[in-house]
Ligand binder design. Structure first.
Ligand code: PRX
Length: 672
């Protein structure tokens, strides 16, 4: 933690504060700070107020039933997520409003009004039904950033099937694991997607997932979106398999346009989304319908100050939770115009994002610190070439933002006019949890500021004592509507991962005391300053955050050890100027294996093949031995010190302190 402590000390001296610009505050949906106290006094009433803005087929009986760690929100109520994103808007002027404005990397465009999107989703839903998908089933989605990704998600929701979206950058093997774990019945994929001028051959990877190493026997059909023109040549050698595979354009275009939305229970599963944890196996995070829709709607409107004439662009991929909550469910439930872009930010040049802002007159722009740091590096000339005057609000998510990047974003993109909302949340929370409200909250570069109304966040010690000012473990002390309802198929892991940190202890004191079993631990370390602002430092478990993507150190280690030449592997996160963190791997080889550069390359490719390109190690160091305690535990903390070029921390518990000294020497001589 030594380095993080230093970073934090500099952060805490950050005293630039930006009150909401008066003209922004005057027109904002919320400009009265009283919203915090009101929501705090009666959180259930606050959330019920937001739930009431959704369309319910049947109203709920009870707002919250909380049997830690299990929460039921809006029990007895029935609704449909897709109905709330589409049908609900068809009665008024939103019928002909643009719902989705999409641009492909090559520059092709497609737009859907709410009415058109509704029709497309209904047809896709009918097509899925025609393939035998029924309420309660799971459908895997492995698509590039094309409109069909949103359509497919909503089509599943419409018929009550849960989707499991797998990011298109994951490998065939990762896809296979996720399909199997969720026992999906249908897979929706595409022949390929454009990325930086090239084509990612998704269908080929999908075939590998379905046909090799035992495949996925549960998959009955594959629905394939054609992204590459009529000849189908760019399938990367993949073929349509008779009986199993169907083209989206054949199936969906001809499908029944009427498909009534299933009446779902508030607590029915809406989706599963896999995310990395501290073991080698990703967790299937479960989100349900009523509470999730309530909180994504409330946060989309209040955090982004979303109004009917806004053009909203979130640059995330639908494969991550940000894409689920803030490209699809939140903005569409709010009736927004959503911009969606397929490709890379530097294709064909480094001005692409700003050209899109200019072309679509984007008003709200939500991206990740990693992207902002890349924009910074590319220089101010790129944004300066474009008219960014339509922008009125900026957001960031996914990792801590360094104050310099925040200030750059504020100056060169927001032109010192747009508030910045730094939003802290995670796959498990489903929606934004710590964030400024742009018409109310004074923002401070690097701080996500304070808990969203109705949310109770605190900094705790391991013993459960509340820290008013200072650092410790971030904790969420009250259930919230969009909270995960579990890990698919693994209740024990759900309890252990999130609810055991303070189990058996008392959290808080006096009137504020509560049993530790009802306190959620997100896995992050954080501090709170004198102003009450939160500064999230990052993961304190064995999870890395590489360019805003979550990767488990154990996943990468398992991938390395899977290679026949490797005896042992230890993976740590190394501070990286652009990506926040990079993957650094220390590897010991089996007897007789030569530590060559060629082998290094092979191991790196092996990790990509096993997990996906996001996990490619930046650094692989061959080690004679790894530093271990006397009980045989690898001391990753020391490896991190080495990878980041710091003086070594305490080595007294090591079985052989010489190991780590040698490693440090090797690492430095190699770098030097
Ligand atoms: O460590 C926190 C970091 O990202 C983690 C969640 O990752 P994931 O589930 O992939 O979701 C990312 C998008 C919501 C958190 O545990 N994180 C996310 N947002 C922030 C952040 N760290 C600091 N500041 C943020 N705004």
């Amino acid at each position: 933690m030594a380095n993080e402590e230093n970073t934090l000390d500099t952060l805490l001296t950050e005293d630039r504060a930006f009150p909401p610009p008066p003209e922004f505050a005057r027109a904002a949906l919320v400009s009265d700070p009283g919203i915090y106290a009101a929501a705090d006094a009666d959180p259930e009433a606050f959330w019920a107020g937001w739930a009431g803005r959704l369309h319910w087929f049947k109203p709920w009986d009870r707002v919250l039933d909380w049997q830690p760690p299990f929460a039921r929100w809006f029990g007895g109520g029935t609704l449909n997520a897709a109905y709330n994103c589409l049908d609900r808007h068809l009665d008024g002027p939103r019928r002909t409003k643009r719902a989705l404005a999409w641009e492909g990397e090559p520059g092709d465009r497609r737009e859907y009004t709410y009415e058109q999107l509704h029709a497309e989703v209904s047809r896709a839903a009918s097509a899925l039904k025609g393939m035998g998908v029924a309420r309660g089933d799971r459908v895997a989605i492995y698509l590039p950033m094309v409109p069909e990704a949103a359509v497919a998600m909503l089509a599943c929701a419409r018929i009550g099937a849960a989707h499991s979206v797998v990011f298109g950058g994951f490998s065939a093997e990762s896809l296979r694991d996720r399909i199997r774990d969720a026992q999906a019945k249908v897979l929706i994929t595409a022949d390929g997607g454009y990325r930086r001028g090239g084509v990612v051959a998704l269908k080929r990877a999908a075939d590998e997932a379905l046909e090799e190493e035992g495949g996925c026997p549960g998959i009955e059909h594959v629905l394939v979106v054609r992204r590459h023109g009529p000849d189908g040549e760019v399938l990367g050698g993949a073929r349509m398999k008779q009986g199993r595979d169907r083209w989206w354009h054949d199936c969906v275009a001809g499908a029944e346009a009427e498909c009534p939305a299933e009446e779902m229970e508030a607590e029915d599963l809406l989706y599963i989304l896999y995310t990395s944890g501290t073991t080698g196996k990703p967790k299937g995070i479960m989100h349900t319908t009523g509470g999730y829709m309530t909180q994504v709607l409330a946060t989309t409107q209040l955090v982004f100050d979303l109004k009917d004439d806004d053009v909203y662009w979130c640059t995330a991929d639908v494969g991550w939770v940000t894409g689920h909550s803030y490209i699809v469910y939140g903005p569409l439930a709010a009736g927004a115009t959503v911009v969606m872009y397929e490709g890379a930010p530097d294709a064909p040049d480094r001005g692409r994002m700003w050209k899109i802002v200019e072309d679509y007159r984007v008003t709200i722009f939500y991206t990740a610190p990693t992207a902002i740091r890349a924009f910074m590096k590319w220089g101010v000339d790129w944004p300066a070439k474009h008219d960014l005057s339509s922008l009125r609000l900026l957001g960031t998510v996914g990792e801590p933002i360094n104050p310099e990047a925040w200030i750059w974003y504020h100056k060169h993109i927001g032109h010192e006019r747009c508030p910045i909302v730094d939003t802290w949340w995670q796959t498990e929370t489903g929606a934004i949890m710590i964030t400024p409200l742009p018409g109310v909250t004074e923002t401070v570069p690097g701080s996500a500021t304070r808990a969203f109304p109705g949310i109770r966040a605190d900094i705790l010690t391991l013993e459960g004592r509340r820290i008013e000012v200072g650092g410790g473990f971030l904790a969420l002390r009250r259930p919230w509507p969009s909270m995960l309802r579990g890990i698919w198929g693994d209740e024990e892991r759900f309890r252990e991962t999130y609810w055991s940190k303070w189990a058996g202890k008392t959290v808080g004191e006096g009137d504020d005391a509560q049993p530790g079993e009802s306190v959620y631990f997100p896995g992050d370390g954080a501090k709170r300053d004198e102003r009450g602002n939160f500064w999230v430092i990052g993961r304190i478990d064995d999870v890395l955050n590489v360019a805003g993507h979550r990767i488990g150190t154990m996943e990468v280690e398992s991938a390395l050890v899977d290679h026949p030449a490797v005896a042992e592997a230890a993976v740590v996160g190394k501070a990286h100027e652009l990506k926040g963190q990079a993957v650094a791997a220390f590897v010991t080889l089996k007897e007789g294996q030569e530590p060559t550069d060629a082998l290094k390359k092979e191991l790196s490719d092996h990790v990509v093949r096993k997990i996906g390109a996001i996990a490619r190690p930046d650094d692989i160091l061959f080690a004679g031995d790894l530093p271990k305690t006397r009980s045989g535990k690898i001391m990753r903390r020391l490896l991190k010190d080495i990878a980041e070029g710091r003086a070594l921390g305490d080595t007294t518990t090591l079985a052989d302190p010489g190991v780590v000294a040698r490693l440090k020497g090797d690492y430095e001589s190699r770098e030097g």
